[in-house]
Design a protein around this ligand. Structure first.
Ligand code: ATP
Ligand code: MG
Length: 398
């Protein structure tokens, strides 16, 4: 008997004229993912993507797990497929369900008939298939109100599909549906979560990381690349651009009022992010900032840094508590890496009394003591890029 993986569209079904374009993006993702797990036939029908193994060597569990991480599907499931007649369905129930229902006491059947030429109505299909299950599985009974398992029968164009309730998909929109975002990726908990959340809304994510050798270490950079690698479970490939802030930080330290160190640094980051977004064609900048979390994340401080941005800055964590951010970090498996205690450039030369309610004019006055544009140009010249995949990373020109 044949098994297929089904992925059911989420929001995509509502997208009217853009639906075909988004479907194509989704299929591209499924194909890229499937290439990792074997030789599959992939096609779409009735707001569902079908992933059908072409041979026994296909890793169905791996692919099912992979499908759960593709944005655009609300649900995924493995179904047994057979011909669209009641005898075949009966044989399929007998073969497919008994060992999958061991220990299960109650069930019900739900049927859907996308193919309206099928001779039985949906209630009739439910009754018949229910009887087949009772016949095949000892000790089980029907409970239509609170069953332990629901068996779904779908009569579709290509055959009859039998499966349990679908499991949750990743939701959201297929990657590429919302353009490209440049994620400011530190080694912390918040920024990988922010990247995940915007990828979920359909953004292809490139990352920008700032390092500050020798104040930050090789290990700190490795940690960031590990986080990027974890995100590739959802994004496939990710380019991580790295810029050095060492000289900028030393100049700020030597020339400016200590209370403004962090704000000045964050303005440099925003200016550099803007230049990098332009160079790498990103439509938006993404950060992991959360309102009130630290001194540089008050509304006033965000105003001061945001003033240098020339495109939208998405801060999906802005209204979230740390606990909520941590819950997502755990779900996407970035948490354990993020809490490793390596220094970030934001944690070197930190002021004892950072300004939480800065005035833009005062910040600009501090900035006038240093060659802001010259330092930005120098930092931009330090760029190098790593291409991160689930297998690791390599340095590339881009
Ligand atoms: P995170 O947990 O992501 O590190 P955080 O709570 O430590 O965030 P900050 O260090 O103030 O907060 O940084 C706020 C945001 O600025 C980060 O979420 C990230 O988007 C960006 N950022 C901070 N440090 C770096 C860095 N070294 N490289 C790139 N982006 C950074
Ligand atoms: Mg940080």
């Amino acid at each position: 008997m044949k098994e297929v993986i089904l992925g059911k569209y989420g929001e995509l079904v509502l997208k009217g004229a853009n639906k075909a374009h988004f479907e194509a993006l989704l299929l591209r993702r499924v194909k890229a993912r499937a290439a990792l797990y074997g030789n599959f036939d992939i096609y779409k029908m009735q707001s569902t993507v079908y992933v059908e193994p072409k041979d026994d060597a296909c890793d169905m569990d791996g692919m099912l797990d992979g499908m759960k991480k593709i944005f655009g599907f609300v649900g995924v499931t493995v179904a047994a497929v057979c011909d669209k007649d009641m005898e075949s369905i009966r044989a399929c129930v007998k073969e497919y369900f008994p060992h999958r229902l061991v220990g299960v006491k109650t069930f019900k059947v739900e049927a859907k008939r996308a193919d309206k030429t099928f001779p039985l109505t949906s209630p009739q299909i439910c009754r018949e298939v229910g009887a087949y299950v009772l016949e095949a599985v000892r000790g089980i009974r029907v409970d239509v109100h609170a069953p332990q398992r629901v068996i779904r029968v779908e009569i579709r164009e290509g055959g009859a599909y039998l499966h349990f309730d679908q499991i949750h998909g990743a939701g959201g929109m297929p990657l590429g549906a919302s353009g490209r975002g440049l994620l400011l990726l530190s080694g912390g908990i918040d920024s990988p979560v922010a990247g995940f959340m915007m990828a979920k809304r359909g953004m292809i994510i490139d990352a920008l990381h700032f390092e500050s050798f020798p104040y930050t270490s090789e290990r700190a950079r490795e940690k960031v690349l590990t986080l990027a690698q974890k995100l590739t479970e959802y994004t496939d490939t990710m380019y991580v651009h790295v810029l050095s802030l060492t000289h900028i930080q030393e100049v700020i330290r030597d020339a400016c009022n200590e209370d403004y160190f962090t704000l000045l640094l964050r303005r440099f980051m925003m200016k550099l992010a803007t230049a990098m977004a332009k160079k790498h064609h990103a439509d938006a900048i993404i950060t992991g900032e959360s309102l009130g979390q630290v001194a540089s994340q008050t509304a006033e401080a965000l105003y001061v840094t945001n003033a240098l941005a020339d495109r939208p800055v998405f801060r999906p964590c802005i209204g979230m508590d740390k606990e909520e951010i941590v819950a997502i970090a755990r779900k996407i498996d970035t948490y354990d890496t993020a809490i490793l205690p390596y220094e970030d450039c934001c944690t070197v030369f930190t002021p004892r009394h950072p300004k939480t309610r800065p005035e833009l004019a005062k910040v600009i006055e501090e900035e006038s003591r240093i060659d802001f544009d010259g330092l930005c140009a120098e930092a931009l010249a330090s760029e190098y890029t790593l291409k991160v995949t689930r297998d690791g990373y390599t340095r590339v020109e881009r």
